[in-house]
Design a binder for this molecule. Structure first.
Ligand code: GTP
Ligand code: MG
Length: 435
């Protein structure tokens, strides 16, 4: 990526479409817009213009200009709203990229410039990426509060407290060097370190809620072969995505299907039935099934009247609901939590209601959970470890100061104010072109 270039891209979705938005950012924007669409409109106001290449009319559309630094990227930016025709968009993009200093943007390059120019920090960039991909109501809420700087503020508060503590300790160290006073720290410093660590730990404890909102509640449909796992998946997803047959051992691969239950993302996992088998392919399926069961948030353990029962396997950490399937075929066993039949359609409403309540409880949807990513987890763990060490070094101010510095660095890294490069390339590569 060359930072001095002016970049241009189609920022709206697939063509053809009613309207297409072409976005530009960089030092050549003013000139390029004037040459294509006449005098610049007043800042941030739409103006209808003819878009021309020389004498040739390419399209009529709306033009808006955002002078830097008060723009999304911090540079001069413009957007053209034109007809969403592949030929129109191609002609306009070519007209711009034929000008010196203008080229097509790479994936995420507009956002990258916003980050480089201090318009967004790393957690806000992540929030933006999540928002664009959000499919459920809860994902949208989580992403928009991260984009709006919710996490930045939380971490900003912690950074301030760390800086105060470090300043106080440094001052004492200076003082003790001069006057031979032992560098032992007072109990108030210990208490402040302890309470900050508690706040970081509270956020860490909610990270699983945040993950479930962001990535979905993982629900494994498990049990022996032929109990109706794939049939239940199809019924819940209202599709016939998984193959259903009366042969035991139909499903081998793990199949994930995401469904939206009242704004919550629930990822259903269909998998091989658990049994000993001579088939290498099925055995691999069973191995993968066990792996998924071990990392699921909830297990639906299925049993059916026409299949020998299998007790839940012992690798399960998550809650297990015993679901009696094929209720149309026979009486529900005494140990079942609920009974369903996909043929008769019975019991499905109750299952969905219970999934809804479970998902709501698991995603802590009453308070918005801002920490959700692996990167959040590792930064907060490091910060917490630094604080813990500092708390145990109250007799030695030098060591405590070093520990707190480590905690500060972990938070700076989370915001992208330090060592950002490693995270950046991966993050921006995941964005679409034009964002
Ligand atoms: N009567 C009745 N039959 C069902 C019901 N659900 C599934 N079946 C039948 O049970 C058989 C097995 O269903 P599947 O959904 O393929 O079972 P599975 O657990 O995915 O099986 P494997 O993939 O082989 O492990 C099929 O013949 C289904 O039509 C039900 O609610 N009632
Ligand atoms: Mg199956």
């Amino acid at each position: 990526m060359r930072a001095g270039d002016t970049i241009v891209a189609l920022s709206s979705g697939t063509l053809p479409s009613g309207v297409a938005v072409i976005r530009l950012s960089g030092p050549a924007v003013r000139e390029a817009v004037v040459s294509a669409a006449g005098p610049l409109p007043p800042a941030r106001q739409l103006r209808l213009a003819e878009i021309r290449r020389g004498d040739e009319l390419l399209d009529r559309g709306l033009v808006v200009f955002f002078p830097g630094p008060h723009s999304f990227t911090g540079e001069d930016c413009a957007e053209l709203q034109v007809h969403g025709s592949p030929a129109v968009v191609r002609a306009i993009l070519r007209m711009f990229t034929d000008r010196p200093g203008i080229r097509l943007a790479e994936a995420g390059e507009f956002t990258r410039r916003a980050f480089d120019n201090g318009k967004l920090d790393l957690t806000e960039v992540e929030g933006l990426g999540d928002l664009i991909l959000a499919e459920t109501e809860n994902q949208r809420k989580q992403a928009v509060s991260r984009l709006a700087g919710g996490l930045t503020q939380l971490i900003g508060g912690w950074r301030e407290r760390l800086l105060d503590l470090r300043a106080e300790i440094e001052a004492r160290l200076d003082f003790s060097n001069e006057g031979d006073v032992p560098a032992e720290l007072p109990e108030t410093v210990g208490a402040a370190i302890g309470s900050l660590r508690e706040d970081v730990e509270t956020a860490l404890a909610s990270i699983n809620h945040g993950r479930i909102v962001r990535e979905g509640l993982r629900v494994a449909l498990a049990g022996p072969p032929n109990v109706g796992k794939s049939s239940l998946l199809n019924a819940l997803a209202r599709s016939d995505i998984a193959i259903v047959t009366d042969e035991a051992g139909t499903t081998r691969d793990v199949r994930e299907v995401a469904i939206d239950i009242n704004g919550q993302l629930v990822v259903l996992l269909d998998m091989a039935g658990l049994r000993e088998t001579d088939s290498a392919a099925e055995a691999e399926g069973v191995r993968r099934a066990k792996q998924e069961i071990a990392r699921a948030d909830l297990i639906l353990w299925l049993s059916a009247p026409d299949v020998p029962a299998l007790p839940p396997i012992d690798i399960i950490d998550a809650p297990v609901w015993r679901v009696a399937t094929k209720a149309d075929l026979g009486a529900r066993p005494g140990d079942a939590d609920l009974a369903v039949s996909v043929i008769a359609g019975s019991g499905m409403d109750i299952l969905v209601q219970r999934l809804d309540r479970f998902a709501a409880a698991s995603s802590g949807s009453s308070e918005l959970v801002l920490v959700s990513r692996e990167r959040d987890r590792s930064a907060l763990l490091q910060a917490s470890a630094g604080l813990e060490d500092a708390g145990s070094h109250l007799l030695d101010g030098e060591l405590a100061a070093e520990d707190l510095r480590r905690a500060s660095f972990a938070l700076e890294r989370l915001l992208g104010r330090m060592d950002a490069e490693a995270v950046l390339d991966r993050l921006f590569g995941a964005f679409c072109i034009g964002k």
